[in-house]
Design a protein around this ligand. Structure first.
Ligand code: F6P
Length: 322
């Protein structure tokens, strides 16, 4: 019987458990054995393996985090680390590897495939949504909703004190979370890494916004923005906006946690199945995704090779509605 291994790697994202569950149940459906790898590539180099069966994934579809655990591994960047990983897979009789994660995870999978001929299939799991080949990545929708709910709460206190708030959201170098939560929360200004905004321009926009009578002013800042994030931006604004009682809120890792939304659970379930189906159809070095509601298979190198564009229509919309 064919053995497939599965791991989750890099920053966890809500819905990874739903994807693991779908992989294991689908493997059973196709008649494959499944080996779970704990702690991503780190666990792969240490042969931290666990045999998994259908009953092991009962009751996890609604849980955040990942039962397989995750890690970011420096050692796997070294050839020697990857040699050990490949050896462990071969010893365990693994014929194909499913990796659930973001661009770093897929870069690792590509190297394993190229250097050791390991069949790999990727499932996009990251809150950042920065991979080509899927309209959305698993965890993005949940992170959006978590950030939105948190920012709504910030808005309440901002309104009560009539304050100016800078709220920083995650996304690494991408502004997807900032853009969509900004719109969903009616932010007066959204600062994105995809748009090089000079500090003078930000000041000008902020002055325009502040001229209009409002109960509060909310600026959503992507952590990867050129200004350096919300704290740095607040320092740059402070001298000119002293009269406003400015505060900074950094949402941080709460955006990675929590129970996945229905949208993420369904996406993860579909992609978990499609990953096993791709292996069944002897595909390798590909990522499974959903584009315009349909399943799409993309060569894995393309998914992180190019920059996924944000929707600039939404950027314009945010300006009209502020
Ligand atoms: O890639 C997911 C992500 O949450 C990014 O948005 C963020 O920049 C990064 O991971 C944080 O990583 P860590 O949990 O290692 O601090």
């Amino acid at each position: 019987m064919k053995t497939i291994a599965v791991l989750t790697s890099g920053g966890d994202s809500p819905g990874m458990n739903a994807a693991v569950r779908a992989v294991i149940r689908s493997a059973g459906y196709f008649g494959y054995d499944i080996l779970g790898i704990r702690f991503g590539y780190k666990g792969l180099m240490e042969a931290d393996f666990v045999r998994l069966q259908s009953s092991d994934v009962s009751g996890i579809i609604q849980r955040g985090g990942t039962i397989l655990k995750s890690a970011r591994s420096e050692e796997f960047h070294e050839k020697e680390g990857r040699n050990r990983a490949a050896e462990n897979l071969k010893k365990a009789g693994v014929e194909a590897l499913i990796t659930i994660g973001g661009d770093g995870t897929f870069r690792g999978a590509t190297l394993l495939a190229q250097e050791h001929g390991i069949n790999t299939v990727g499932i996009p799991g990251t809150i950042d949504n920065d991979l080509i080949g899927s309209d959305e990545t698993i965890g993005y929708d949940t992170a959006l909703n978590t950030a939105m709910q948190a920012i709504d709460k910030v808005r309440d206190t901002a309104d009560a004190h009539e304050r100016l708030f800078l709220v920083e959201v995650m996304g690494r170098d991408a502004g997807f979370i900032a853009l969509e939560t900004g719109i969903a929360c009616g932010a007066e200004l959204i600062i994105l890494p995809e748009k090089l905004t000079h500090i003078e321009e930000i000041k000008e926009s902020l002055n325009k916004v502040l001229k209009v009578q409002r109960r509060s002013t909310l600026v959503v800042v992507a952590e990867g923005d050129h200004t350096g994030g919300a704290i740095e931006l607040s320092k740059k604004l402070e001298p000119d906006f002293k009269q406003y009682d400015m505060r900074v809120a950094i949402l941080g890792h709460i955006q990675r946690g929590g129970s996945p939304t229905a949208h993420d659970r369904v996406l993860a379930s579909r992609l978990g199945y499609e990953a096993v189906n791709a292996i069944h159809n002897e595909k390798s070095e590909v990522m499974v995704g959903v584009i315009n509601h349909d399943v799409k298979i993309t060569p894995i190198k393309e998914t992180f090779g190019k920059i996924k564009e944000i929707n600039f229509d939404l950027v314009e919309l945010a300006k009209v509605l502020r």
